[in-house]
Design a protein around this ligand. Structure first.
Ligand code: NAD
Length: 420
């Protein structure tokens, strides 16, 4: 379901369409537009590695550092067969606006390796990660560019990255990546932060839209880091999650899926395949099921002109990056479906990554409730700001979020000036 695999379009090209809409509202001059629609740096390299069988293979690695105006670049690493330069550039572009929308002192970046982790052993994954990190030693670091987990990368992958970087620079540098295990400088609350952010934004918006959380039906696509924690936290808040899904299929239960049972199943089998707590339906069908709130938490290109007209949710909270095409977004707007855009909806992860980076630099670690309270404060302050802009300008929350983010990046860029 990534990038051009489904539709022959440039994800980065589509992402720029959202930027342009907000840039028009801000009456941004053509020079600034030109600068902000070009990545600062794109790095492509080969990752030769040896299989456990002794055979050699070569994968392609990417790191795109999109913008540094507000601080060191920040963005995850994705391991997936569909990773392309276009996709990584779009993801780095979104990271730039995401960090700005929640007012973090970071620019935006993203990385990836075109590989299928389901076919790799743990030691193969470690070798790929160490080679990937070693290729980037000169251009990453706590004051340069700070990676984090994304699709198919875990705290263990971050630990290998941090160790490789530390070995190269001959000192312990926990702040080179975030999303690490607690034992080596991770932050409490980071693992569930993106899912927590989704629920914080969703519950606040539901209240605004008078959707009663105790009666609302919620559908969540994807049961990985983001989807499973969002599901767990919605259930903890007494909400009814009526459908969940992963790559194996979707599971629907009108009375509410037992999320604890789904979590146990996923922990045991690493997939929802065989989960008996709901009627098995198709992944595409699930997106069109009756619900109040729909949370995409898998990959890009989920809502397109083909299915947006049949979505029944009143509210979509984008846990994944880039799930909605610009045509689908227009259809949602016409149909009065509210969308909390990815750069706000899933910003909980990078916000706690920022807390982790700050804690690593201080060498002083916070209690979990402190992390969660600060997270809620950051997200709600900026969500409310976006809502005010949307109301004032008659814009969608997405355009309002881009407007806020672009304005913040442009201010930083103008203050710094262009070095020539
Ligand atoms: P993950 O690898 O942990 O999980 C991805 C999930 O999506 C898996 O359950 C997988 O089976 C499922 N999936 C894949 N294709 C699917 C399909 N066609 N239908 C239904 N399910 C499908 O990844 P993640 O970290 O949870 O990331 C998910 C999304 O959230 C990505 O867009 C990522 O960029 C974004 N995101 C993640 C974080 C984070 O902290 N991990 C932060 C911000 C944004």
């Amino acid at each position: 379901m990534t990038s051009a695999a489904v539709r022959d379009v440039s994800i980065f090209g589509e992402a720029i369409a959202y930027f342009n809409e907000a840039a028009d509202l801000l009456e941004l001059d053509s020079g600034m537009r030109r600068i902000l629609t070009h990545p600062s740096r794109q790095i492509i390299f080969s990752i030769p590695f040896q299989r456990d069988s002794g055979e050699f293979e070569v994968f392609t690695g990417y790191r795109v550092q999109y913008n540094f105006a507000r601080g060191p670049a920040k963005g995850g690493i994705r391991y997936h067969p569909g990773v392309t330069l276009d996709e990584v550039t779009a993801l780095a572009f979104w990271m730039t606006w995401k960090c700005a929308v929640v007012d973090l002192p970071f620019g935006g970046s993203k990385g990836g390796v075109t590989c299928d982790p389901t076919t790799l052993s743990s030691s193969e994954l470690e070798r790929i990660t160490r080679r990937y990190a070693a290729e980037l030693v000169e251009v990453v670091g706590p004051d340069k560019d700070v990676p984090a987990p994304d699709v198919n990368t875990t705290p263990q992958v971050m630990a290998w990255f941090m160790d490789t970087y530390s070995m190269h620079v001959r000192q312990n540098v926990p702040g080179v990546v975030t999303g690490k295990p607690l034992e080596i400088g991770g932050s409490r609350g980071r693992v569930e932060a993106t899912g927590r952010g989704v629920t914080i934004c969703a519950l606040d918006q539901m209240q605004k839209m008078s959707i009663d959380a105790s009666r609302a039906a919620i559908v969540i696509q994807g049961f990985g880091n983001v989807g499973m924690h969002a599901a767990k936290l919605f259930a903890e808040r007494g909400c009814k999650v009526v459908a969940i899904s992963d790559i194996s299929g979707a599971y629907y239960n009108e009375k509410g899926v037992n999320i604890d049972a789904a979590l146990s199943h996923a922990a045991k089998f690493r997939t929802l395949e065989g989960f008996a707590g709901g009627e098995r339906i198709g992944n595409a069908e699930m997106l069109l099921s009756n619900c109040d709130v729909l949370v995409p938490a898998a990959l890009e290109n989920v809502f397109t002109a083909q299915n947006a007209g049949q979505v029944k949710a009143k509210l979509i909270v984008e846990g994944s990056n880039g799930p909605t095409s610009p045509e689908a977004d227009r259809i949602f707007k016409e149909r009065g479906i509210t969308v909390i855009p990815d750069i706000m909806g899933n910003a909980g992860g990078v916000t706690v990554s920022y807390f982790e980076w700050a804690q690593d630099r201080m060498g002083y670690f916070w209690k979990e409730h402190e992390v969660n309270e600060r997270l809620e404060d950051v997200l709600l302050t900026n969500l409310h700001e976006i809502r005010k802009i949307a109301e004032r300008r008659g814009a969608t929350l997405r355009t309002a979020a881009y407007t806020l983010a672009i304005d913040r990046v442009v201010r930083a860029l103008k203050l710094r000036g262009i070095y020539a």
